[in-house]
Design a protein around this ligand. Structure first.
Ligand code: NAD
Length: 271
């Protein structure tokens, strides 16, 4: 295969879940600029999905907005069928959709626990299973990639760092870590490459309160040794690399993209 450095993902098709805002939108645009056809999945914000498609098309790529709730198997199945009907197959899945429903542990409702787990963990299960089944059905395409297919799970530094007041979210991301590693162990021999990205604090709607005022941003920066809050493009860049053959020998790993947040910065001048 000849590596195309401008379009390392040419002739491949990617699905990015939760791609109408934030990190998912940036990943969709970055994958499109790297040459992939991109399915911009969204739950409700069709405008955000259409904006992402417009950016992909402005860069010469192809995009398709697609509404589906990743926590519902029937909707995930319809989405994968539509993608195969439109583009022939799927090569890359970015399991990005996620949300928070925060509460002190003793006040957290069962509904809020179940809701977060259903999107952040069950949604990743449903989409990864559909993707793996499609990779196996389609077989290898060595002219586009060494791997049979690539799955990238959007985790969080909270797959490692406990998070009081967010136990449903932290449990979901801890679950994503061993979900990812277990399917990597199981699917590797088929040529399916599976990894996670663990963002630290990235400026998106999910954590607006943590950075939208100068005081909040100053407090947040105390947790980030590298001295800046992350941008969505920081994650988009790593996603393209992890989806490409440039990272072909990376399998079953979480790439932490956090400006050093997971380095226990509280110990800098203490302990
Ligand atoms: P965001 O709120 O902008 O993006 C989350 C997206 O998921 C939204 O577009 C939302 O509509 C979508 N979504 C929610 N439920 C869905 C469902 N049932 N089906 C399909 N889509 C659904 O926030 P973000 O920061 O861009 O988050 C993206 C991912 O990154 C999440 O998995 C989040 O946990 C993870 N993450 C974010 C940060 C950060 O600092 N922003 C840090 C660590 C991890």
């Amino acid at each position: 295969m000849i590596f195309n450095s401008d379009h390392p993902l040419a002739n491949q098709t990617a699905i990015v879940t939760g791609a109408s805002s934030g990190i998912g939108k940036a990943c969709a645009i970055a994958l499109g600029r790297a040459g992939a056809n991109v399915i911009v999945n969204y739950a409700g914000n069709s405008r955000g999905a259409e904006e992402a498609v417009a950016e992909i098309e402005a860069a010469g790529g192809k995009g398709l907005p697609f509404k589906a709730d990743v926590s519902r198997k029937s909707e995930v199945d319809v989405m994968f069928k539509a993608v195969v009907d439109t583009f022939g197959t799927v090569d890359i899945l970015v399991n990005n959709a996620g949300l928070q429903k925060d509460a002190p542990f003793v006040e957290m409702s069962l509904d809020d626990w179940n809701y977060v787990l259903s999107v952040n963990l069950t949604g990743q299960f449903l989409c990864a299973q559909a993707a793996a089944r499609e990779f196996i059905r389609r077989g290898r395409r060595p002219e586009v990639s060494v791997a049979l297919g690539k799955i990238i799970c959007m985790s969080s530094v909270h797959e490692l760092i406990p998070w009081a007041g967010h136990v449903n979210y932290a449990a979901s991301k801890g679950g994503v870590m061993l979900f990812m590693k277990s399917i990597a162990q199981e699917l590797g021999e088929k040529g399916i490459r599976v990894n996670s990205i663990a963002p630290g604090a990235i400026k998106t709607p999910i954590n607006r309160m943590a950075w939208e005022t100068p005081e909040a941003e100053r407090d947040l920066l105390r947790l980030i040794p590298y001295g800046r809050v992350g941008e969505t493009a920081d994650i988009g860049n790593v996603t393209v690399w992890l989806a490409s053959d440039q990272s072909d020998y990376i399998h079953g790993q979480t790439i932490v993209v956090d400006g050093g947040m997971a380095l226990y910065p509280g110990f800098r001048d203490n302990g």
